[in-house]
Design a protein around this ligand. Structure first.
Ligand code: GLY
Length: 364
């Protein structure tokens, strides 16, 4: 049994706490403010790697795919331990195109994804509108990925927090600035003796560079989102410009901008205006509607686009689990299992070399 202190009470920190506690470790989560109060609670909750990853297959694609596959059982476990129900919808997705010229890239993506046993089908315009009558007539074709899903992120994070508490995880909220002293985490109120410290502070991770003595090239990218009270959609809708996802609470969420604004979580007229313009073209019924809710979250982006998951060489007892950028919710179960396996000295079940934090350290 190890004494593990997790810095950060977002979806990644809480998932690691949940998994490690189930395996019998003594866990403390230290959150500077309120658990789930930042990007995790603001996310649209897409579990959609097949639509969101444009590039060729690599270990990151496989990491996302494995995490998607873990979700059905994982979310069920969170529900059981928390006794909180939250929306998890295996809706599938439609990646829509509006120009014939885009068909080739859709077909190319489908071809390489099939090698990874991804279920998908290219639909004609008529088939798309049969599945989603509210979509614009301008749609030319779509790639249907029936395995993609979405989750209500605020509900998921609240349930994770409750599941952790039910299992006996100690959660310290409003801890403010904490420090590391001889391997222990020190807050304004206490010293937490720790065998392992896990940094899961999302976009705020870079503040730990000096304290941990390692390079953390992580910076915030704002994602602005808005929601309409609109007729429902049966699938997540993607286009090259963004996504629409209908939630069980009757909202249709449109996301998301990618802009650099330091740690500012305000929305801007430009950011929301772009989303409004785009979403109204995709779903004409939105034309006469105003979003009833607008908000923003800060994604933790990294220098090379990949997360940092694993031990830092020459820093005994320090594990990083940060920089998940657009995929924090999706990658929460697999990150939790990778970190728990690392602590339990169980060989990793998938290739994670690409996410090794030592790629940014001077000592390799
Ligand atoms: N994964 C969706 C987003 O980051 O906006």
């Amino acid at each position: 049994m190890a004494r593990i202190t997790i810095i950060g009470g977002g979806v990644i920190g809480l998932s690691i706490a949940f998994e490690c506690r189930k395996r019998g470790h003594e866990i403390t989560v230290v959150e500077a403010q309120r658990c789930g109060g930042q990007a995790s609670g603001a996310a649209a909750g897409m579990l959609a790697p097949y639509s969101e990853i444009e590039e060729d297959p690599d270990d990151f694609f496989r990491l996302c795919q494995r995490s998607l596959q873990l979700f059905p059982e994982w979310q069920e476990e969170v529900k059981q331990h928390s006794e909180i129900d939250f929306e998890y919808n295996e809706s599938g997705s439609l990646y829509c195109i509006y120009h014939e010229a885009d068909r080739l890239s859709l077909e190319t993506k489908q071809a390489w994804q099939q090698k990874f046993h991804v279920k998908s089908k290219l639909l004609t315009a008529e088939e798309v509108r049969e599945k989603e009558p509210e979509l614009s007539e301008n749609v030319v074709a779509a790639l249907w990925c029936p395995e993609e899903a979405h989750i209500y992120a605020p509900g998921y994070v609240a349930a994770l927090l409750q599941a952790c508490r039910s299992l006996g995880v100690r959660v310290v909220e409003n801890a403010g600035e904490a420090k590391l002293e001889n391997g222990d985490v020190v807050t304004k109120n206490e010293r937490i003796e720790s065998d392992e410290v896990v940094l899961a502070a999302g976009a705020w991770s870079m503040y730990w560079e000096n304290e941990l003595g390692c390079t953390l090239p992580i910076f915030p990218i704002r994602g602005q989102i808005c929601a309409y009270e609109a007729p429902t959609l049966n699938h997540i809708i993607f286009t090259s410009q963004g996504y629409l996802v209908a939630k069980a609470n009757g909202s249709v969420v449109a996301g998301a901008s990618e802009d650099i604004a330091d740690f500012d979580t305000n929305v801007t007229m430009h950011g929301i205006g772009r989303l409004e313009k785009w979403s109204k073209k995709v779903m004409p019924v939105l034309e006469k509607m105003e979003p009833f809710h607008k908000w923003a979250g800060l994604r933790p982006a990294t220098q090379d686009g990949f997360p940092l998951i694993g031990r830092v060489v020459e820093k005994t007892g320090i594990i990083l689990a940060t920089g998940h950028y657009r995929n924090g919710i999706l990658l929460s179960p697999i990150t939790a299992k990778i970190v728990a396996d690392e602590i339990d000295q169980i060989p990793q079940r998938i290739e994670i070399g690409q996410f090794n934090p030592n790629r940014f350290q001077s000592i390799q």
